[in-house]
Design a protein around this ligand. Sequence first.
Ligand SMILES: O=C(O)CCC(=O)C(=O)O
Ligand SMILES: [Fe+2]
Length: 323
Amino acid sequence: MFTHIPLIDFGPFLNGTDEDRQKVSSEIGDACRNVGFFYLLNHGVSSSLIERVYEQAERFFSQSIEEKMKLYIGSCPYGNNRGYTPMLEQKLSLKGDLKEGFDFAMELPADDKDRIERGASLYGPNLWPDNLEGFRECIYDECYLSMVSLGHRVLEAFALSLNLPPNYFKSMCQKPMVTMRLLYYPPQPIIIDEDQLGCGAHTDYECFTLLSQSNQSGLQVRNNKGEWINAKPIPNTFVVNIGDLMQRWTNDQFKSTIHRVINTSGTSRYSIPVFFGPDYFAEVKCLMTDQIAKYEPVIVGEYLTQRFYDTYHYRQKDSTSSM
Ligand SMILES: O=C(O)CCC(=O)C(=O)O
Ligand SMILES: [Fe+2]
């Protein structure tokens, strides 16, 4: 039963010897088995880049609702869950979450072969604002692509910690389903309505999440006694947490732990989660050959589509939509 979230120095994994990598991976493995969450320090993504992404997030969210709704996720022409999520749209809390989001993912053409010929509906282009100069360059070209590279390194550490070759997951992450979000949480009213949190209690869907938080607390992680442990922001770290696909893959060895956000800081809170998962058509099935599988194998894209359907209001309004 955990009472705090471990902090792991990733520097020796990125720059050290094989022995260093083994040591860091085993710390990561322990955190994934016991907590499902850890802080990652010395991850190689510059703090000034992250600062600039927060500036872009503030710039985006401070626009008028009309401007933001031009990129509404529910009218995304590609139907691939990209664009702007208004307040209360995502329903991880019963009455809708007190947050706004902007989602984007791997930029692929609308006529991507897997999308057109094989029905990989979550692939395709992003929706970008045409009035915010430099926005896309900062958040996608610089930040998103750096986060994807870091994600590949974290997967190597996961593989080592599971006694697998370091590039074990690589062949299933050639065109990975990585979604990055800019999130904005207004201050939560003083009297908390349990059915209307910044982000209701949930587990993440994909393999793992890399999360940057602005300086405001709000993220809480539930331990197996049902206590909420604060995951306060620690400068220059990412919070890393295991998602449901990884829990399935490891037959429950790695824990996908419940968490939520309540912004009681009295000021605006921003965060930047990056959800890292494998290719659309990758099959996730029990890695442990000596164990009875607890879960049915799933195709990643189909699994995620269903999970989006379960929590996004726009997907539920029109059950005849292709998504
Ligand atoms: O904003 C945060 O700190 C966490 C957000 C989160 O849990 C999510 O988007 O899945
Ligand atoms: Fe989450």
